[in-house]
Ligand binder design. Structure first.
Ligand code: TMP
Length: 217
């Protein structure tokens, strides 16, 4: 069975942890699972990720930034996501097109129609079936993100988005909640302020219901 599931949220929301736990759970259930991330997930995408997240002292024009994210997505869809779905696998992706709508559209203020159109072109018809927004207070998320900085291999630096102020992160959260209102069937908002196992259980429950509806185990 092929299924495309994405995880979204503010910095430090816990989405990556939840995605990893879900991967293990789905594999335990016998599914073939591919997990990946944006920006990144391909050789080209990981190189561009390094540029996007660590632009020490440099500025980047908002449209240039948008296009770099779209390059990563185009490559990831062609090289990883589409082949895996054709191979009847479940694909889990840490961020996808919703991130671009929220970060570059709602927050940076770029034209939403242009972003939607670019997203559609580069995604080549691939759309998530389910998106989990791990929703948490930006203050809590940022605290978590900053606390794990010293575990990073790149010299303990905050990335460019973690350096933005709290207002920026609040707008990200509001952007996600607005998107969820617009697509309630696809986007599930999960309260990320709770314990990790509790959140995991809720996500598994939502998917089990989905599998039943699809006639799967
Ligand atoms: P993360 O993978 O650690 O969450 O970091 C990725 C960062 O990139 C995060 O701050 C959100 C940002 N981002 C965008 O601004 N636009 C996008 O389209 C994507 C995929 C990510």
């Amino acid at each position: 069975m092929s299924l495309f599931i994405t995880f979204e949220g503010v910095e430090g929301s816990g989405k990556t942890t939840q995605m990893e736990m879900l991967k293990e759970h789905l594999e335990w259930k016998g599914f073939h699972v591919v997990s990946t991330r944006e920006p990144g997930g391909t050789e080209l995408g990981e190189k561009i990720r390094g540029v996007l997240l660590n632009m020490e002292g440099q500025t980047i024009a908002p449209w240039s930034e948008l296009l770099l994210y779209e390059v990563c997505r185009a490559q990831l869809v062609s090289e990883v996501i589409k082949p895996a779905l054709l191979d009847k696998k479940i694909v889990l992706c840490d961020r996808f097109a919703d991130s671009t709508i929220v970060y570059q559209g709602c927050v940076r203020g770029l034209n939403l129609e242009a972003i939607a159109s670019l997203n559609e072109w580069v995604s080549q018809g691939v759309m998530p079936t389910i998106t989990f927004i791990i929703d948490c207070q930006p203050e809590i998320g940022l605290k978590r993100a900053l606390a794990r900085i010293d575990t990073r291999p790149n010299g303990n630096k905050e990335d460019r988005f973690e350096r933005e102020n709290i207002e920026f992160h609040k707008r990200i959260r509001d952007g996600y909640l607005q998107l969820a209102k617009e697509s309630p069937d696809r986007i599930k908002v999960i309260n990320g302020n709770r314990d990790i196992p509790v959140i995991h259980k809720e996500i598994c429950g939502i998917l089990d219901t989905k599998f039943e509806a699809m006639g799967e185990k």
